[in-house]
Design a protein around this ligand. Structure first.
Ligand SMILES: [Fe+2]
Length: 303
């Protein structure tokens, strides 16, 4: 019961055509639908209709993050739990967005819009689910397997964590705290066995730090960086490892300045695992395990 996964993200872009070129041709997603001001995309290894919505806007950032729930009745349950937590909720009728069923919406105290849904049109994975090949004939760009997670910034990371743990039954896999242990500076939260389905770091409220796409090997991460350079995509981090989550990674930016990540591997936490704790004095190594130096844009470039 409850949340199955982080299933979709909507982001704001200032040039829809440029964004589409970036996410379709370079990241390697597939355009599945469009309507005035919006383009819908998915990765090749995702069953649902879409996982990314590009929304034309006068500013960059995240429009919403959407969590798929296992049963339709979970929407009513989560609605009650959100309201008991003190959040306002409303429902959006099926069909308001292409392919989407009824959606429960709320806004976290951090200012981020969060959505829950059960019904989404099923269009299947590109290789089919009967005797499938390991990758599709028309794989392209970085060949992102799927949308993986978002990392968001907010002033009160502990409060954002409390919502996901107490209301949605997430588990915290890793965290970063101040050396005196009084403040949480980063929180990695999962409902699947991934290292994180969503994460928060200390920063301005209501901002997006990055959205991440999953790759399946270190070779694919290296090739993603080749594509970043080949197409002159603004790049913040060439192939590296995070200490936090142990993930393999690159960071780069879409044409509107939204940070993207390729993400591979990482830990495989269970709900009874201990929370891995990092202290802020180790932040450079926790974030950039190889370089062990903070990159100034990491904290400054949020949308
Ligand atoms: Fe990430």
């Amino acid at each position: 019961m409850g949340v199955l996964r982080n299933g979709k993200v909507g982001i704001r872009v200032m040039d829809l055509d440029a964004a589409l070129t970036h996410y379709r041709d370079y990241v390697g997603l597939y355009e599945v639908a469009r309507e005035p001001g919006r383009v819908y995309l998915k990765a090749w290894d995702e069953y649902d209709h879409h996982s990314l919505i590009l929304k034309e806007s006068d500013r960059a950032g995240m429009d919403h993050v959407g969590f798929k729930v296992r049963f339709a009745s979970d929407l009513d349950d989560i609605e009650k739990r959100c309201q008991a937590f003190g959040l306002e909720t409303h429902k959006v009728a099926a069909g308001t967005r292409i392919g989407e069923g009824e959606t429960l919406c709320s806004v976290l105290s951090s200012g981020h819009r969060i959505e829950f849904y059960h019904d989404m049109e099923r269009t299947g994975i590109k290789v089919g689910s009967k005797n499938p090949q390991p990758w599709p004939d028309d794989i392209h760009g970085m060949g992102a397997n799927r949308y993986d997670h978002v990392l968001l910034t907010c002033d009160d990371v502990a409060e954002a964590t409390r919502f996901f743990v107490e209301v949605l039954d997430f588990h915290q896999s890793e965290r970063m705290i101040t050396p005196d242990g009084k403040e949480t500076l980063a929180s990695f939260l999962h409902i699947t066995n991934k290292a994180h389905d969503i994460a928060f770091i200390k920063g301005p409220d209501a901002k997006l730090h990055h959205l991440a796409f999953a790759l399946s090997s270190w070779d694919e991460v290296l090739r993603a960086a080749d594509i970043q350079s080949r197409y002159d995509i603004p790049t913040e981090l060439t192939p590296s490892r995070h200490g936090l989550t142990r993930g393999l990674t690159t960071y780069f930016f879409d044409p509107s300045g939204n940070r993207n990540e390729t993400y591979c591997g990482g830990t495989f936490p269970y709900f009874d695992d201990e929370v891995v704790t990092w202290t802020a004095d180790q932040a450079p190594k926790a974030i950039f395990y190889h370089g062990r130096e903070m990159i100034s844009s990491f904290a400054e470039a949020v949308t």
